[in-house]
Design a protein around this ligand. Structure first.
Ligand SMILES: Cc1ncc(COP(=O)(O)O)c(C=O)c1O
Length: 354
């Protein structure tokens, strides 16, 4: 009999990620179990309506990485960011401070709510939003600051929250690239009042598509349910939906199952990435160029290992460094090369498992 690994194109054993090889059986098993317990009312483990079954299990496992937070699984990292902004009161005539160097999801979410993104500079040592420039950009319209942990490198979230709290401005952590990263031993996602995670393709927890919101208090937890989940799940938490104006942004239960299987190997993979990063950093230190995000307070998840070229001597075929855009391209190329080394290690670590 052929194994699902050989027949299922979405979880094929080939391609870039050998984790799939041993995980496929686990995924098939969990999916079968979920399907076997399907019930006619469609409220069983294959349904996302109540948030029970695989969804609840996935949320509980993710919550172990964000201590002290309530976690709600949603359809994507972008949805998670938009929900955070919405429940923080972002809308027309408000401003949100975002990093000038970032993946554009936060900016798109801000604009979709009719609010104004305002850009703050990034710190050259970490590529993450600079607390001093954040404060320089605050106006009476500022509702939220989004601190993205770019490349898995923790932003100065503790400092930013301490500066913002007296002003009544909310800190949202964008942890899409940083699952498992820590700042001063505190896991990312557990520092701001609100945090968004992505479980999309290529992320540390790759569920195909998916996301999660992590919140600090019970009122925000209920607000997230109201904004994103089915009325049945809301009722289970004592919410009596009156306006029904929440938008359907639930995680697919099959994605929760994929995510659960990813979570089983995540500690090994983070450990492997960190070991490899130490080797690469040691190897790169004696070259011209500058490493980013390397300091004693930060334990990045190394979604990427960025390197800033110090001069134009490093040859990258087809790139002329007289052009500043080309310099950026070269930095990207180098960081991609390092990332594929990390991936190879990730695969090697997982293959050693029984
Ligand atoms: C920093 C950051 N934020 C948000 C997102 C959006 O996540 P998703 O693709 O799940 O919507 C991404 C995706 O790459 C990201 O890198």
């Amino acid at each position: 009999m052929s194994t699902p690994a050989a027949t299922h194109p979405g979880i094929s054993a080939g391609g870039r990620d050998h984790r799939r090889l041993f995980a496929t059986e686990d995924i098939a098993c969990r999916l079968r179990k979920a399907l076997d317990s399907w019930d006619a009312d469609n409220h069983g483990p294959t349904s996302s309506l109540t948030g029970r079954g695989a969804i609840a299990e996935f949320e509980a496992e993710v919550a172990k990485y964000v201590p002290g937070r309530h976690v709600v699984a949603v359809s994507s990292g972008s949805a998670a960011l938009r929900i955070c902004l919405e429940i923080a009161g972002v809308g027309p005539n408000t401003e949100v401070i975002c990093a000038a160097y970032d993946w554009p999801a936060a900016i798109a979410a801000v604009k979709s709510l009719g609010a104004q993104p305002v850009f703050a500079a990034v710190n050259e040592e970490t590529f993450t939003i600079d607390p001093a420039d954040v404060m320089a950009k605050v106006t009476p319209r500022t509702r939220v600051v989004v601190a993205t942990h770019v490349f898995g490198i923790p932003a100065d979230a503790v400092r930013i929250r301490n500066l913002l709290e007296p002003l009544g401005i909310v800190l949202i952590e964008d942890c899409a690239q940083a699952f498992g990263a820590r700042l001063d031993r505190r896991p990312v996602g557990s520092i701001g009042q609100l945090a968004a995670f992505s479980f999309g393709p290529g992320k540390t927890i790759d569920a195909g598509e998916g996301g999660a919101v992590a919140v600090e208090n019970a009122a925000d937890f209920l607000a997230v349910l109201r904004a994103s989940q089915h009325p049945l799940r809301q009722l289970l938490h004592g919410i009596h939906p009156q306006t029904m104006d929440g938008f359907q942004q639930r995680l697919h239960p099959a994605a929760a199952i994929l995510g659960l299987v990813e979570l089983r190997s995540v500690d090994d993979r983070l450990c492997g990435a960190r070991r490899m990063a130490v080797e690469l950093i040691a190897a790169l230190l004696d070259r011209r160029g500058r490493l980013v995000g390397v300091d004693v307070r930060r334990e990045p998840s190394w979604y990427r290992l960025p390197v800033v070229l110090a001069d134009t001597d490093i040859e990258v075929p087809g790139v002329t460094f007289a052009d500043p855009g080309a310099q950026i391209l070269a930095e990207h190329a180098l960081s991609q090369a390092v990332r594929s080394s990390l991936k190879r290690l990730r695969a090697a670590v997982v293959q050693r498992r029984p």
